[in-house]
Design a protein. Structure first.
Length: 236
């Protein structure tokens, strides 16, 4: 079972992400003109990030990747730090700035996003070695704080308005549920990443199982939300 999991983890992840990607393609026209299309693009972007980031698994398959094997880019930590922890996370924050209607919430999230970006850049400049050797724990934690704050602000605003009556019809609610539960579980795991660096396979397998379960939950929630919800325009 462990051998099967190790050999097929990436493919299982691609499969569940592809479900959300296809749901986004099917529903894109339905949500045209709403911030939901921006989030659909984030899903597509995340899928291609995963595909490109898997280059480190194919050194023995593709000859043109051999030069990378002998460079500082041989492992993909740098790629996921730049594209996911910075690119996708900031995009998620921008998405919530589009759907939030409370001016104070929008401004607070905007300032928090700028602070996160500057903190991440400064940290990477001070610790360039971490950029290529692991996912920087501090940036992971700050990313989790930014995403969770975005989700909480949306949920608070939802509770304070009459939109709460029909919350189950809003795609933004499903997106928030998926993101919130993924990040609320993943963020604390950052403190145990030392076991990943030390190649503790028992921990690595456990973490992969957790991530795969969370990915299934999150992307299925995204797909279901996109398919069953009704388009909802907001004042950007």
């Amino acid at each position: 079972m462990e051998k099967f999991f190790i050999e097929n983890y990436s493919y299982l992840t691609y499969f569940v992400e592809l479900v959300a990607v296809i749901a986004g393609i099917i529903t894109y026209k339905k949500y045209k003109g709403t911030p939901a299309t921006f989030f659909i693009k984030i899903i597509w972007f995340s899928f291609f990030i995963e595909l490109i980031g898997s280059y480190s698994n194919y050194y023995n398959t593709f000859e043109f990747l051999k030069p990378i094997l002998n460079s500082i880019f041989k492992v993909n930590y740098w790629w996921f730090t730049l594209t996911y922890l910075i690119g996708v996370v900031i995009s998620i924050s921008i998405f919530y700035q589009k759907i939030l209607e409370n001016i104070k919430f929008k401004q607070f999230l905007k300032y928090l996003t700028v602070a996160y970006f500057l903190s991440a850049v400064i940290y990477l400049l001070i610790n360039p070695d971490l950029f290529f050797s692991q996912i920087p724990p501090i940036i992971s934690i700050l990313a989790g704080i930014l995403v969770l704050t975005s989700c909480v602000l949306y949920l608070v605003e939802l509770l304070l308005t009459d939109k709460i009556i029909n919350f189950y019809k809003s795609v933004y609610f499903y997106i928030t549920v998926g993101l919130f539960f993924w990040w609320i579980v993943v963020t604390p795991l950052t403190f145990y990443d030392v076991y990943m660096v030390n190649s503790d396979w028992k921990y690595i397998l456990l973490k992969w199982q957790v991530f795969l379960s969370l990915n299934f939950m999150m992307y299925i929630v995204f797909a279901v939300g996109l398919l069953i919800s009704k388009p909802e325009k907001v004042n950007e």
